[in-house]
Design a protein around this ligand. Structure first.
Ligand code: 2AM
Length: 191
């Protein structure tokens, strides 16, 4: 995955930042249980993502300095909740990317509301001068890393997730893996 160019250098330490939707407790439990339920570890090897780290990335922003973080929050504030409704995300597939050895869960049908949310964020953040990767949005929830999985089991039942909000997240590396901290949250409209 190409690394995003650093944003304008300024005072303080830059943080690695992304926008995501984070599962509620029940959905998190179901997604975390998938690797176990499908015996992905014995099938594919690799390492399970910690339950608290399971998420769906909306937009990866990359390195952001503290003063630009405020700009990012203002841009997020300016996105109209009235045109972005809450939506149902039905996770019904488990897939594998050979190129980066990731096993992930995904919806076979990507909701238009998710496409609209990602598009609105991308437009607003890019207009505010943040350099973004240009690749097409591929919604996925990473379940395992460093996996090798030529055959994948099928999901017995889909996981229905009501997405009601989106989050700005700071990512840090600790000795035992990534630590994700929410630093902003915006509701989706329930009409
Ligand atoms: P992943 O699930 O495929 O690893 C934090 O790193 C989140 O941003 C992860 O969900 C990661 O996706 C996603 N992401 C997207 N582009 C990235 C990039 N260039 N570098 C690191 N993470 C990226």
């Amino acid at each position: 995955m190409p690394i995003v160019e650093e944003n304008t250098r300024s005072a303080g330490k830059a943080h690695r930042i992304f926008f995501a939707v984070w599962p509620d407790n029940d959905t998190q439990k179901q997604l975390a249980g998938l690797a176990k339920q499908l015996r992905l570890e014995s099938l594919c090897g690799g390492r399970k993502i910690k339950a608290e780290n399971i998420h769906l990335t909306l937009l990866f922003v990359g390195k952001v300095y503290p003063d630009r973080l405020e700009v990012l929050r203002d841009v997020a504030d300016s996105i109209k909740q009235s045109v972005l409704p809450a939506f149902d995300l039905v996770i019904d597939e488990v897939r594998y990317w050979k190129h980066n050895h990731i096993v992930y869960a995904a919806p076979s049908k990507v909701p238009q509301e998710l496409v609209k949310l990602e598009g609105a964020l991308r437009d607003a953040i890019s207009t505010a001068g943040f350099p973004l990767e240009q690749q097409a949005y591929a919604p996925h929830i990473t379940l395992m890393t460093n996996a090798f999985c030529p055959t994948l089991p099928e999901l017995a039942a889909p996981i229905a997730w009501r997405v009601r909000e989106w989050t700005l997240v700071k990512s840090e590396q600790a000795s035992n893996g990534s630590v994700y901290t929410p630093i902003g949250c915006w509701p989706l409209g329930d009409f």
